[in-house]
Design a protein around this ligand. Structure first.
Ligand code: IPE
Ligand code: IPE
Ligand code: MG
Length: 241
């Protein structure tokens, strides 16, 4: 498996925590806790198998609209997660990145996120990109604002704006295009995730609810991905020649 993963960027929309809890007549927050455990397993598995980049949708900009108690619980869970996983992330040579508007995250947690990014910035293993308070449209909007400022300051001319200029001004410009996008829980939508970088991603939907998603489910998604033919606009014949 290792060799098969080392050039891949896998993105996961971790959905279905609430329904997992509901099925068991438990509060939604119990589903989120179970989802956190599933995430730990997947990160360890991805790092062990030398995946290049794992992007995980942990909290969307739209998720701020959830009931205040649920939002508070998720922020608490995030805080505990960073503390609990700190050693494992650093010891496993993982480079930790955050994408999103973290100015909205409670200060203590935000400081920890920034510190973890700083501490792992030279790590050479798995790049773990956690999307927090993230909106793909906001990412593009922020990018347009940055480039507009460069134009206004005569640092770049409009004719010289290329796709690279855009990538350079997205969140974490080092992130490559997504190869495989996984969404759990049976929903078949993008929900504002990584809009620019999923332009040619292979999509994989599974009915498995996120807390039940394990190493085996991850490997199944990779197996399915390996069967796909990525033509990037070309014909089959062109790919063979
Ligand atoms: C995903 O599970 C976790 C977050 C969005 C934070 P949900 O909480 O969306 O679970 P469902 O969709 O209600 O089952
Ligand atoms: C998307 O899940 C966001 C995360 C997984 C963090 P949601 O459950 O919030 O998505 P929608 O709103 O149902 O599309
Ligand atoms: Mg959901």
């Amino acid at each position: 498996m290792a060799e098969a993963l080392e050039n891949l960027h896998v993105a996961i929309i971790m959905d279905g925590n609430g329904r997992w809890a509901k099925k068991r007549a438990l509060p939604r927050v119990v589903g989120h806790k179970a989802g956190g455990k599933a995430l730990k397993k997947i990160i360890t598995h991805a790092a062990k198998n030398h995946l290049k980049v794992l992007s995980i949708y942990a909290f969307s900009a739209e998720n701020w609209l959830r009931p205040k108690e649920e939002v508070a619980f998720l922020m608490q869970l995030l805080d505990e997660y960073i503390i609990d996983e700190w050693a494992s992330i650093t010891e496993n040579n993982i480079k930790f990145l955050v994408s999103g508007n973290i100015s909205l995250i409670p200060e203590k947690t935000r400081d920890a996120l920034i510190k973890l990014m700083e501490e792992t910035k030279n790590n050479t293993g798995l790049i773990l990109n956690m999307a927090l308070s993230y909106s793909g449209q906001d990412e593009i909007l922020d990018c347009v604002k940055k480039i507009s400022t460069f134009v206004l300051n005569n640092e770049i001319s409009i004719e010289n704006i290329t796709k690279e200029t855009i990538v350079d001004n997205l969140y974490n410009k080092e992130l490559p295009e997504v190869d495989l996008l996984i969404r759990t829980s049976g929903e078949k939508r993008i929900s504002n995730f990584m809009l620019w970088r999923i332009s040619y991603a292979e999509l994989y939907f599974t009915d498995v609810l996120w807390p039940d998603f394990d190493e085996n489910e991850f490997d199944n998604a990779i197996k399915e991905y390996k069967k796909r033919v990525r033509r990037f606009g070309k014909t089959d014949e062109q790919l063979k020649s």
